[in-house]
Design a protein around this ligand. Structure first.
Ligand SMILES: NC(=O)C1=CN([C@@H]2O[C@H](COP(=O)(O)OP(=O)(O)OC[C@H]3O[C@@H](n4cnc5c(N)ncnc54)[C@H](O)[C@@H]3O)[C@@H](O)[C@H]2O)C=CC1
Ligand SMILES: O=C(O)C1=N[C@H](C(=O)O)C[C@H](O)C1
Length: 269
């Protein structure tokens, strides 16, 4: 019988970190072999199950990625851009599959991730859910079918603690709309309107962000023309959808060649 892949969860105390730990522990498909938190964190040295208020899981929280990754076949990482870039290099060194959910990455971070993906499998997506990745495909198709008489706007809403905007998902949806239109998102993107903005530029793709309460994640892609409107919508109500997607990605990655993949690859969409 093949042994289940050993997984390290980074950012273990975070909203996604805790959801990932529960998802892996309940999966019967992977083993939790390590948990990381930032230096100085109150959970360091303690059993992660007890930190989460439950039964011990036999894994102590550490701040040493090198040691943790050496015993892992996979790393699931929902943390922050600087940490993710560091983890990408170290996971590649250990030849562990690195699944990256972290958003707010700048072009320099992505270049460093691309470099690491020359040596190991990296799966990165601003949203790991099946529903959103299907919506990405639908958005591309609708944008392809319509001309620039249809104004495209992406509207997203998230909880009050979210630190980046537009969301990673909004950027995925905007990029899909731009691709459908045959332009790049850099050419078309308009974000954060304020003051005397002038009339809307034909062909632009607008972004708006709402932050409040405990909203898990909501995304609308609006195609607005004279006299009619199409709204494509995804509502997330449970972070389990992201954790299950990430687990699927880390298992899928075990059989792939080194490279930089996304959830469209994993799901075969
Ligand atoms: N791709 C997707 O499907 C999803 C992506 N996200 C993204 O995941 C990221 C995390 O989201 P949340 O869990 O809500 O945030 P959070 O703030 O609750 O958790 C982040 C955790 O990372 C830890 N961390 C930061 N630097 C670290 C380091 N150097 N070493 C170890 N741990 C470190 C923090 O201490 C914290 O516990 C965000 O970028 C968010 O946008 C969130 C949900 C779904
Ligand atoms: O920070 C979050 O919470 C989420 N982040 C991702 C994003 O930026 O799109 C995915 C999801 O919407 C939740």
């Amino acid at each position: 019988m093949q042994t289940m892949p050993g997984i390290v969860v980074t950012g273990a105390s975070g909203r996604m970190g805790q959801m990932l730990i529960r998802t892996i522990a309940a999966s019967g498909k992977a083993r939790l072999v390590g948990c990381l938190e930032r230096p100085g964190h109150a959970w360091l040295g303690r059993d992660v199950g007890e930190c989460m208020g439950g039964a011990p899981l036999g894994v102590r929280v550490s701040d040493d990625p090198l040691e943790a990754f050496a015993q892992a076949q996979g790393v699931i990482d929902f943390t922050a851009p600087a940490a993710t870039v560091e983890f990408a290099a170290l996971a590649a060194q250990a030849r562990a599959v690195h699944v990256i959910g972290t958003t707010g990455l700048e072009p320099g971070h992505i270049a460093a991730i691309e470099a690491a993906a020359r040596h190991a499998v990296i799966v990165r997506a601003g949203n790991m859910s099946l529903g959103v990745n299907l919506l990405v495909r639908l958005t591309q198709k609708v944008a392809q079918a319509l001309d620039a008489d249809w104004d495209i706007e992406v509207v997203e809403a998230h909880h009050r603690m979210k630190v980046d905007a537009p969301s990673g998902t909004a950027l995925m949806l905007g990029a899909a709309a731009a691709e459908g239109r045959g332009v790049t998102l850099d050419q078309a993107m308009v974000s954060g309107r304020h003051g005397i903005t002038g009339a809307r530029e034909r062909g632009s793709i607008g972004f708006s962000a709402i932050r409040g309460g405990d909203i898990v994640g909501e995304h609308d892609v609006i195609f607005a023309a004279d006299g009619e409107r199409i709204v494509l919508r995804h509502l997330a109500t449970d972070r389990g959808i992201f954790a299950r997607g990430a687990l699927r990605a880390v298992l899928w990655g075990q059989d792939q060649k080194p490279g930089h993949y996304d959830m469209i690859d994993v799901l075969g969409l």
